[in-house]
Design a protein around this ligand. Sequence first.
Ligand code: HEM
Length: 542
Amino acid sequence: MSKTFSQAEVSSHSKSDSLWIVVDGDVYDLTKFQDDHPGGKKILQRVAGKDASKQFWKYHNEGILKKYQKQLQIGSLDSKPKPATEAPKPVQKPKAALAAAAPTTAPAEDAEALEPFGQQIPFADPSWYQSHHSPYFNETHAALRAEVREWVETEIEPHVTEWDEKKTVPAEIYKEMGRRGYLAGLLGIHYQKDYVNNPIQSVPVEKWDLFHEMLLTDELSRTGSGGFVWNLIGGFGIGCPPLVKFGKKSVVDRVLPGILNGDKRICLAITEPDAGSDVANLSCEAKLTDDGKHYIVNGEKKWITNGIWCDYFTTAVRTGGPGMNGVSLLLIERDFGGVSTRRMDCQGVWSSGTTYITFEDVKVPVENLIGKEHQGFKVIMTNFNHERIGIIIQCLRFSRVCYEESVKYANKRKTFGKKLIDHPVIRLKLAHMARQIEASYNWLENVIYQCEKMGETEAMLRLGGPIASLKAQATVTFEFCAREASQIFGGLSYSRGGQGGKVERLYRDVRAYAIPGGSEEIMLDLSIRQSMKVAKMLGMKL
Ligand code: HEM
């Protein structure tokens, strides 16, 4: 935007037939927009021709300018300071600032802390973003973090509310996940470089680890929409790993490139109208044909994330007798015919496409069996840790979003002559949010590190209990933070959109995290049962 105006020039556009305002040194022509302004046109006319920065920031958050700038900004004031030509000075590392005060006997460090990143609001980002030392993150993680945040802030965040209200996300965004090489790194295993056209840009693929996967999901979750995150990786993150790990090579080679490059979509179809957390009771049946070449599948699946848009369904079916030993996993393809999907209306995660599926005489080739016949339950079990870790990462970032939005709002909203942040009762709420977020996140880092070091079977056995426990911890934290943020925002988090929009949306999304993937009650019970069982095997003495 190269055009510049003097203040006098702006002042001459102070009527409704030519209405300009200034926000942060930039000039906006609101003449046409005033009739559509959700806050009303009179309020704009009162500041016409003036600097309205103070009033603007009182009623809006940053997303509004990002969304409307292109359409409404016509230039800047000639008095606006020019942006520095050289790169802005990074925030000073606390280490340098504190060097003088550091005790001379401090132990030598193994590695330097990373540069500060983000807005430096305490607890609004993980502590390694504020240059705290971390044994887990290095320059490759910092590079990925910057790449994803750039994309999310410019291309995604300004539109998330609109997409959520429309209950969809443009297909282009999922394709972009493929084009950027992100999907190939979100499977809980090493990066699938042989199946993608463009491997990820900022990280050498051989260096990809579970912490990259964690922070990719974490940064996507800054959008503050479970619906958005699930739209992109909800079905994929749980439906694709069983195919990659246990599918026949011929099938994997045929379908995986389309999925990982973002052209085709896959989901996991396990839950049924009558079988949720008790997976072993499912009834969708698959009968082998007399020639042994196909299964004929009949049955229903419910609450299936992404189902309406999917080409492939990693489906749990009953091929044998009752209980867990009669369950198999099949890759059902929409093109086989007999697959019907309808959208379900749910409380939250609106843009995730929660689906009811019916399979009617679907003819599935036996080569689409994932794992061995009647042993699908084992495959489903190996999937749970990855699914639950995904849920934990999202819940903890959503908790941070609730906290971050609250801190920002509390620093501008005044009640009874004081900013909210100056009321001890509000600070107490923020403190309780922060302590739970940080405790849970530090536990998550440890669990990810264990997953990285243990083999799959060892991790399944030894981490099943802690991960179940952490899932419950994360969803309870999320519920608490959504509630407290909502109280801080008051009426603004009761209406949809606007400044409290993220908090209102996340409040509605809470149950979508506390129930699926193992409900809180089942998780807590399992955490003790599983941990005791494994400890006994390993020689626990009581
Ligand atoms: C570039 C200029 C502006 C744009 C693009 C804009 C846009 C919007 C939008 C989209 C909303 C709906 C709520 C939201 O999504 O946040 C809104 C609400 C509102 N705006 Fe503006 N606005 C502008 C300038 C102003 C100014 C200068 C004022 C005050 C003098 C103002 C006062 C309000 C008020 C009072 C609301 C209602 C807030 C509420 O519901 O709590 N706006 N505006």
